[in-house]
Design a protein around this ligand. Sequence first.
Ligand code: AMP
Length: 521
Amino acid sequence: LEIVVNLVQGSVFPQWDARKIGFSSRSMLKAIANSSGVNSGQVEKLWAKKGDLGIVVDDLIKDKKQRTLFSEKLTIKKVHNNIRKLAEMEGAGTVDRKIGLVSELLTSASPKEAKFIVRTILEELRVGTAEGIVRDAIASAFDKNVDDVEHAFDMTVDYGEVALLAKENKLGKVGLKVGRPVKLMLAILVKNVEEGFESVGKPAIIEFKYDGFRIQIHKEKDKIKLFTRRMEEVTKQFPDVVEDVRKYIKGDNFILDSEAVGYDRKTGKYLPFQNISQRIKRKYDIEKIAKDFPVEVNVFDVLYYNGESFVNKRLEDRRKLIEKIIKEEKKKIVLSRMLKTEDVKEAEKFYNESLKAGNEGVMIKSLEAKYKAGRYVGFMCKLKNILEALDLVIVGAEWGEGKRAKWLSSYTVACKKDGNLVEIGKVSTGMKEKAGEGATFEQLTKELRKLIIEEKGKTVKIKPQVVVEVAYEEVQKSPTYTSGYALRFPRVLRVRIDKPVSEINTIKDVEAIYKMQRKGK
Ligand code: AMP
């Protein structure tokens, strides 16, 4: 069951699992050639013509089918097993064995089966991660409450496991597991301190809002693992953080929530997220980049400690625990700066202090709230100093002109509306032309090129995966885009490689900003 659930989401592993299938299109050409009896040159020609190896294999096997009869019937287990082995095989001489595993599957597959096997292995299955649909399907299949299914997913980030739990009537028993990432608590945007107090009650905990990226820290005995908010494991990229966690945080096992923020080694001043973002995906020269771009970890919450779950305890009590277990070491691991207050003036003073220290604003948190994954009124708010930039996903682009001809340089961006995506504008500024600080056209083109779904003249359609933070002067009504809104003077602030598409802004956020502007006028 869990295999089927993962496969319908286009993967053999749960979302948080760092294993990659890692089978190249080149190798696939060979596997297709082996199993269809057509030589690789020919397969390559067909590939160039059709642009999709899934379609190529479908056609080829249909032809072959008419000539031969088929031996073994494939089972889901068999398919899953072979694909899993692809991800696990390492070292020299494995390429041929991998091609062998794939050829074996394709030889026994019907044309349709082959098409989907090929796309699954190349990680090009275009079913998207329609999480809401998988959630609803599990609820309906086992007659469960949708909220309970979703809650189990927040804790496990694995619909395969959730399906099993639902089937066995164990959804209520789902718990945190150290070493497996969890969905994190998110914040609601407020305009001012008063609105923050209104949402979370008084007194509240006000904290610096650091402009870094979220890290969940897991420790089980000697094993420490770090995950982003996107559930990607980044332990290898941050050996410095692992070392500091070992040194400065007491406890046999725990799960902590924190924000890692970059600082300038010389001046000690905080740096915007952009400067350290390259560390998240880095695979080589890790020690060097850790030295050049150091981060300070600001711990602000605890979900689990020494065998006990803390998610149902009050924030104030969770805060007391982290104060006890962390030995603060400046520029390495510290507690988030905080103030407990019910006074608007005091809170505003603290907000200004935070801005002066180079932060984006403050978080306003309820003393009483338990730790709840997702974005809910009454738990946690964020107050920032600029008109909130929007996190949007790129769904289309255009090849540039003149000196920009080799780049995709104008991006169509979209927000969410009832689980779908609706377009809200085109953005072509904010990106850098030369390497240095910030994202460049070249980098973004490299990312987007892999995601092209359709190409017509200079315009391409892009599989929605790359999230960008877009600033603008104003939100306007507009018939041009499917959202009914457009952004005036949009510019890309940064590429949010840490943010999943499921968490981009919604049409509701856009409407709220639109209304807020009108009130302002
Ligand atoms: P959002 O992601 O939209 O909910 O905005 C809140 C983000 O601010 C979190 O995801 C964290 O990455 C970041 N952050 C920075 N400082 C803090 C803090 N003290 N408490 C919670 N989140 C923080």
